[in-house]
Design a protein around this ligand. Structure first.
Ligand code: CMP
Length: 138
């Protein structure tokens, strides 16, 4: 699965009306959408998805943010998907993100940073399987 990554358009970007613009940048960069849904995370979902950050000081704020409104989750396919997608979205903190990146264009701040991108092939597979069953992936 080294040619796939997982993404979410987060509640800030959805609420600010950026779904269309973000998807346009993603597909224009050569990513094929192989799974996608418009959904809202429960508290239990977010706590489980972000369990890796449980000990971080921002964990509670992160769970609160990610559950406050709908998101778009998707699995994307492209050669070198994980690294190329992280380059497309830019640094976690939009203040440090390169010009033209999705976070530079659409993120609010380091905690409300518009999009998620998996950080490894292993996590892309885990995160994609958290959100999608096999029959939802095309
Ligand atoms: P992401 O990298 O998609 O997944 C972990 C998230 O935690 C990150 O995006 C931010 O939304 C959030 N995050 C990371 N660092 C901080 C921080 N220093 N303060 C608040 N939120 C953070």
């Amino acid at each position: 699965m080294t040619n796939r990554t997982f993404t979410m358009i987060k509640p800030d970007a959805v609420a600010n009306g950026h779904i269309g613009a973000i998807l346009e940048k993603v597909t224009s960069a050569g990513f094929k959408i192989v799974a996608m849904k418009y959904t809202q995370l429960s508290r239990r979902d977010a706590e489980k998805f972000y369990a890796i950050h449980k000990e971080r000081p921002f964990y509670g704020e992160l769970v609160q943010f990610m559950t406050r409104g709908p998101i778009v989750s998707a699995i994307l396919e492209k050669d070198n998907a994980v690294d190329d997608f992280r380059a497309l979205i830019g640094a976690t903190n939009p203040a440090e993100a390169a010009e033209g990146t999705i976070r530079k264009l659409f993120a609010t701040n380091i905690s409300e940073n518009a999009v998620h991108g998996s950080d490894s092939d292993e996590n892309a597979a885990i995160e994609g399987a958290f959100h999608f069953s096999g029959r939802e992936i095309y």
